[in-house]
Design a protein around this ligand. Structure first.
Ligand SMILES: *[C@@H]1O[C@H](CO)[C@@H](O)[C@H](O)[C@H]1NC(C)=O
Ligand SMILES: *[C@@H]1O[C@H](CO)[C@@H](O)[C@H](O)[C@H]1NC(C)=O
Ligand SMILES: *[C@@H]1O[C@H](CO)[C@@H](O)[C@H](O)[C@H]1NC(C)=O
Ligand SMILES: *[C@@H]1O[C@H](CO)[C@@H](O)[C@H](O)[C@H]1NC(C)=O
Length: 510
């Protein structure tokens, strides 16, 4: 009897231990989330679950997206390639469905080929399907995005179902496949232009009031407009404050959702072999935020929690990291190589991001990140490229003679409507720039974020910074060539790409 008991115990400890997949990934991406969490010192918004995760994570203070737009950003997360290289130039939805190139070898594709179970719950917003395959998918393609992206009870149950399916698929409990689960919340995105009945940030959806339905696991948190912290790039007006208070309520739902997802991970027994990454796709949907390559449009929260790297848990890293690093990080975690192949038929594709796992051991000296934006909505053509090196941010606004375009969702937001009204009627806007300055930008914008954190003073024309400008321009161009950017010669030359790729001058006065 004792022998059998000992054998059983041995089986529990060893057989299951060995059979248990050793390394998994849970990637959590929020939608338009920023620094509205006490992890980043906003003490007003209640985000205890993000706080708890951060205590087991390395907290990146300088994480950036390469593109401040949903689908393009998600495509870079899932391919490691900037939008101009993977082809997802703008938003994937509706009749304007931008897609990545058919030949792109995405992260889910590579993981699937390596027999890793892939799952997505929430907002997918990238395509085409064959480039982004998932074994288990509950997304806006087949469900209501409110349900799979904002109903945290539904999300919890889907995550539970994923873990159950992971067990069932593998049949014998001894042979579980490692997994990659991507939970893409739709919170705290705006919804004023699509579902205004739920409030500007869908903050009323599921709150139990009449007509709002109920999300059983959600305990809504409310904030008053005079309580909120107005970021310095947002006009400080009553309208903006009320808008931010609504955003906070939705951030609190996101936080509770993250808590539920992490609890499912724990309950399924995967806490100690799963790499957890939390970030967001782009800047918050406020003036100077989303769709901009200014810091306020591209800086992202980022937490990485590894059960195998406990040395720096709870610490803050100053290293410059990019959402382009997520694919190389996850490949590194699974010890998978990036394949050698070409998209355009020319040079082999190179990942310009890097694995972030070394940062979990000691602080690296990574000081440069790049960005590349071409469109948001189909009409919003405004190509920009940027490099952020140490304290300097350089932006190249290629089509700077056009007014900066505005998206539908942001246009109807209370903050922007108020800004338009105040500008039209000549009242003080409470903003740090005028609408005219916002629409009409210089071709080159160079900022020193040490003395000018809000990026107001353009140094591009200052002779004292001529050398900095020259060196950053050269660095940016080098990255554009390396990532096969079709816009590399814009706006004053034409790229002749065949034979010997080169820029041929247009003499157009730019
Ligand atoms: C929060 O504030 C403290 C004190 O000023 C600072 O040391 C820390 O870096 C801040 N944390 C983040 C994530 O910005
Ligand atoms: C959220 O999902 C749960 C579980 O599917 C459901 O019972 C509830 O009615 C949903 N709430 C809303 C507001 O749709
Ligand atoms: C995970 O590790 C922690 C700390 O070592 C331990 O307390 C916990 O029981 C472990 N959980 C599982 C499911 O093995
Ligand atoms: C802006 O002005 C319009 C027209 O006068 C008005 O209907 C709207 O409520 C105002 N919006 C804000 C946010 O002040």
């Amino acid at each position: 009897m004792l022998g059998l008991f000992a054998w059983r115990l041995f089986c529990v400890l060893v057989c299951c231990g060995v059979g248990h997949s050793e390394r998994n990934v849970l990637l959590i991406i929020a939608d338009d989330a920023g620094f509205e969490t006490d992890v980043y010192n906003n003490t007003v918004v209640q985000t205890p679950h993000l706080r708890a995760l951060s205590q087991r994570s390395l907290i990146f203070k300088n994480a950036f997206t390469t593109v401040s737009s949903c689908s393009p950003s998600r495509s870079t997360i899932l391919t490691g390639l900037p939008q101009h290289q993977n082809g997802m130039y703008g938003l994937h939805q509706g009749v304007h469905h931008f897609n990545s190139f058919d030949g792109v070898r995405s992260l889910p594709l590579l993981l699937k080929e390596a027999n890793i179970l892939t799952g997505i719950v929430g907002k997918k917003h990238v395509g085409p399907g064959p480039v982004y395959p998932f074994d288990f998918a509950y997304t806006e393609e087949t469900n209501s995005v409110l349900q799979v992206g904002r109903n945290i009870t539904k999300i919890k149950l889907l995550v539970r179902k994923f873990f159950q399916s992971q067990r069932e698929r593998s049949g014998e409990e001894i042979e579980e496949r490692p997994f990659f689960l991507y939970v893409a919340f739709h919170d705290p995105h705006r919804c004023g232009h699509s579902q205004p009945q739920y409030g500007a940030f869908c903050e009323k959806f599921g709150n139990g009031e009449s007509g709002m339905g109920r999300i059983p696991d959600w305990e809504p948190k409310y904030y008053s407009p005079d309580q909120v912290k107005v970021p310095d790039f947002i006009p400080d007006t009553p309208a903006a404050r009320a808008d931010i208070a609504a955003q906070y309520t939705t951030v609190s739902r996101l936080d509770q959702g993250i808590g539920l997802v992490l609890q499912e991970l724990r309950d399924a027994g995967f806490e100690n072999d799963t790499l957890v990454i939390y970030s967001s796709d782009n800047g918050i949907p406020f003036p100077n935020g989303r769709t901009n390559l200014y810091g306020s449009g591209v800086m992202e929260p980022m937490l990485i929690s590894s059960p195998e790297h406990r040395q720096r848990q709870g610490q803050i890293s100053q290293a410059y990291v990019s959402l382009l690093d997520i694919t190389p990080t996850i490949l590194d975690w699974f010890s998978l190589p990036y394949p050698s192949y070409s998209i355009s038929g020319g040079h082999p594709v190179q990942l310009t991001g890097r694995s972030l796992l070394p940062a979990l051991i000691s602080e690296p000296s990574w000081v440069a990140v790049y960005a590349s934006q071409s469109l948001h909505e189909v009409t919003m053509y405004y190509p920009m490229r940027s490099v952020h090196q140490g304290p300097y941010r350089l932006l190249h606004n290629m089509h700077y003679r056009m007014p900066f375009p505005i998206d539908q969702d942001f246009y109807v937001s209370p903050t922007f409507q108020d800004l338009l009204n105040r500008t039209r009627t000549g009242q003080p806007t409470g903003w740090f720039k005028t609408l005219n300055e916002y629409y009409y930008r210089a071709r080159w914008e160079l900022f020193d974020t040490r003395s000018d954190p809000t990026e107001r003073r353009n140094l591009a024309g200052d002779p004292a910074y001529a050398q900095v400008l020259e060196s950053l321009r050269a660095q940016l161009l080098k990255w554009q060539w390396r990532t096969e950017d079709p816009w590399v010669c814009e706006p004053d030359a034409v790229l002749e790409a065949k034979l010997e790729p080169q820029c041929r001058p247009l003499y157009n006065g730019l």
